[in-house]
Write a protein that binds this ligand. Structure first.
Ligand code: SAM
Length: 280
């Protein structure tokens, strides 16, 4: 068996179906000198599946700061693979500081990409994927959660977030309040036996899960905000009347056209009528 080049290997692992472990990921896990793992009991199951016994050391939120310098020092001569319990390390999981420090110390960093619940959920949701914003886990406390939602309400992108079953209904209701009743998908147990994607508006989904919190692992995907309703003639007149108190007709028409997305020539004609009416 060839020896791996020293350095840090970021290895994605299955989020449910062990068949999703890539041959390259299995190869790196077998040949690495050491695996930095979130929970050795979880990774031991994966190692049994591929028939290897690579040594493991814990790397998780509670010990990362203390053990990181030692791991970075070892990267000079050893191949260390970072593995989380499931999916892609660093995505709502520990690892970004290890990557940063490893690179700063001049060591190689390589990624072995693979399953990620957020991306898998996007492929199931049937919502636009050209622009999306990953929010990780929203804060657990109601006030902080509503504030986090308000912060992203105006963003023209599909939103993706991780959530737990017991909090799902409350989270969907807060999303409906803060974002408006957008289309959404609740994806659950992706790649596992009971995989599902339930779609609907946020408020229907909230009531659907209110009585019986679902079991298993969940990703919520929310559609981007709809197109803003076109400005009405009354909106345009009100904006023009205000602009005419500060600006000559041409500049008032240009400013309002830009702000409301309305044709400038049409606004210019309206502005002329308004000015004439005011003078009579
Ligand atoms: N790093 C992981 C990844 O790449 O997806 C995510 C880790 S995060 C600590 C765990 C959360 O991911 C779960 O609480 C759940 O929201 C989501 N998740 C993980 N596996 C999932 C699955 N099979 N189906 C749905 N959601 C899943």
């Amino acid at each position: 068996m060839n020896v791996l080049e020293p350095g840090l290997y970021i290895v994605a692992t299955p989020i449910g179906n062990l068949g999703d472990l890539s041959p390259r990921a299995a190869d790196i896990l077998s040949r690495a000198d050491l695996l930095a793992v979130e929970d050795s009991r979880v990774t031991a199951g994966l190692l049994r599946h591929i028939g290897t016994k690579t040594p493991m050391t814990p790397y998780h939120d509670h010990n990362a700061d203390a053990v990181r310098p030692g791991l970075v020092a070892r990267l000079a001569t050893e191949a260390i693979a970072l593995v989380s319990d499931a999916g892609t390390p660093l995505i709502s999981d520990p690892g970004f500081k290890l990557v940063r420090d490893a690179r700063a110390a001049g060591h190689s960093v390589m990624t072995i990409p693979g399953p990620c619940a957020a991306v898998a959920a996007l492929t199931l949701a049937g919502l636009p994927t050209d622009r999306f914003l990953f929010l990780g886990f929203l804060p657990a406390k109601a006030g902080a959660r509503a504030a986090a939602i308000a912060e992203v309400a105006g963003i023209r992108a599909t939103l993706v977030m991780y959530e737990s079953g017991p909090r799902l209904a409350a989270c969907l209701a807060t999303l409906a309040e803060g974002l408006g009743d957008r289309e959404a998908a609740v994806t659950r147990e992706i790649t596992k036996r009971f995989e599902e994607a339930v779609t609907g508006t946020l408020s229907t989904l909230a009531s659907c899960y209110a009585d019986v919190p679902p079991k298993g692992e969940i990703v919520i995907v929310v559609a981007p905000p709809g197109e803003a309703a076109p400005a009405s003639a009354d909106d345009a007149d009100a904006a023009l009347a205000e602009a005419l108190t500060r600006l000559p007709v041409g500049r008032a028409a240009s400013e309002v056209a830009k702000r409301l997305g309305v044709d400038r020539r049409e606004l210019y004609a309206r502005a002329m009528r308004l000015r004439k009416a005011a003078e009579e």
